[in-house]
Design a protein around this ligand. Structure first.
Ligand code: NAD
Ligand code: LMR
Length: 329
């Protein structure tokens, strides 16, 4: 039986993440090896020509699952009937630029896109915001889409999650596949808190296995939290292939489910769990099943973790207040 293609909209399609992302979506990594996709590429007018070039390359791959590509600079066209929307297009942070500077620059992009999603997307729309500041951009888009269930707007902290797994595996000499139940809490920023107190390495508690609070506080947490800045410093541009990979992971897990006994990290609208004010788009440990996610409940939060979660959530509340003042939510 031929399946109906899933409409996947990618904004910022001509950018560096777009280039690393589109080929993997078209080859079946986003949704599954048996799911045909139709791509809609949204760009600003200056990006349309480059997006058309990428579309030519996509054609040249003759991907069996790719059933069409449309390129537009009109959000109302791009999100028409969209089932999955990857909001990547934004202004990347460049050397020396603070994330706060990005709020005003990028906020304006996400309000009209949220409205277009509200007015035109399919009923089952799932939105992942990658463009920074991702959590607050997701909040802006969500606020402009009152008819879409709030939980469909998510922000990407999967890259942080993957980075934390990789650092923990290197420290302990274990395989990344042995690491489960790691959590990123809070904002996709330098205040984020990668939490290993509930994580497991080959079934054993990760914090007990590491048994080194100095490494945790002074090496692990800052390395993960500042990895984005370190990559900008090294490459002269923000992470692209690893960000695209994390976007693929985020949506694939959301749609296809977490493995038994494991969870992932997603930036999602808070329901008030773990003391995070309702409505803030903050990263939590979540399990996913049948295209829906649930926050993992009942985790004991020690003082070390509490202070760090609170600090990141405080930053999110400040970003929310700033965009409220700008009239963006
Ligand atoms: P890039 O500059 O290479 O590409 C951005 C693209 O977006 C450009 O082609 C630009 O023309 C387009 N664009 C700008 N405004 C647009 C709009 N209103 N509609 C549609 N397209 C628009 O940047 P990049 O390296 O691809 O990064 C994109 C974003 O992702 C940045 O904000 C970056 O900071 C962020 N990022 C997030 C994470 C994460 O973990 N959440 C990781 C890496 C990068
Ligand atoms: C990353 O984590 O690599 C990016 O979010 C960094 C950035 O600010 O673009």
């Amino acid at each position: 039986m031929t399946r109906t293609p899933v409409n996947v909209t990618v904004t910022g399609a001509a950018g560096q993440i777009g280039y690393a992302l589109l080929f993997r979506i078209a080859s079946g990594h986003l949704l599954g090896a048996d799911v045909p996709v139709k791509l809609r590429l949204l760009e600003i007018p200056q990006g349309l020509k480059a997006a058309a070039g990428t579309a030519m390359e996509l054609d040249d791959c003759a991907f069996p699952l790719l059933s069409g590509i449309e390129i537009t600079d009109d959000p109302n066209v791009a999100f028409d009937g969209a089932n999955v929307a990857l909001l990547v297009g934004a202004r990347p942070r460049t050397k020396g630029m603070e994330r706060g500077d990005l709020l005003a620059a990028n906020g304006g992009i996400f309000k009209p896109q949220g409205k277009a999603i509200n007015d035109h997307a399919a009923d089952d729309i799932k939105v992942l915001v990658v463009g920074n500041p991702a959590n607050t951009n997701a909040l802006i888009a969500r606020s402009a889409a009152p008819d879409v269930p709030a939980e469909r707007f998510t922000a990407m902290t999967r890259l942080d999650h993957n980075r934390a797994i990789s650092q923990l595996a290197a420290k302990t000499g274990s395989a990344v596949s042995d690491i489960k139940r790691l959590t990123i809490w809070g904002n996709h920023s330098a205040t984020q808190y990668p939490d290993i107190f509930h994580a497991e390495i080959a079934g054993k508690n990760a914090a007990e296995t590491v048994n080194d609070e100095v490494w945790l506080a002074d090496t692990f947490i800052p390395t993960v939290a500042k990895r984005g800045a370190a990559i900008i410093e090294a490459r002269g541009a923000s992470s692209a292939a690893s960000a695209a990979n994390a976007a693929i992971d985020h949506v694939h897990t959301w749609v296809n489910g977490t493995a038994a006994g494991d969870w992932t990290s997603m930036g999602i609208p808070s329901d008030g769990s773990y003391g995070v004010p309702e409505g803030l788009i903050s990263s939590f440990p979540v399990t996913t099943k049948d295209g829906a996610y649930e926050i993992v409940q009942g985790l004991e939060i020690n003082d070390f973790s509490r202070a760090r979660i609170d600090a990141s959530v405080k930053e999110l509340a400040e970003e929310r207040d700033a965009v409220r003042e700008l009239g963006l939510i």
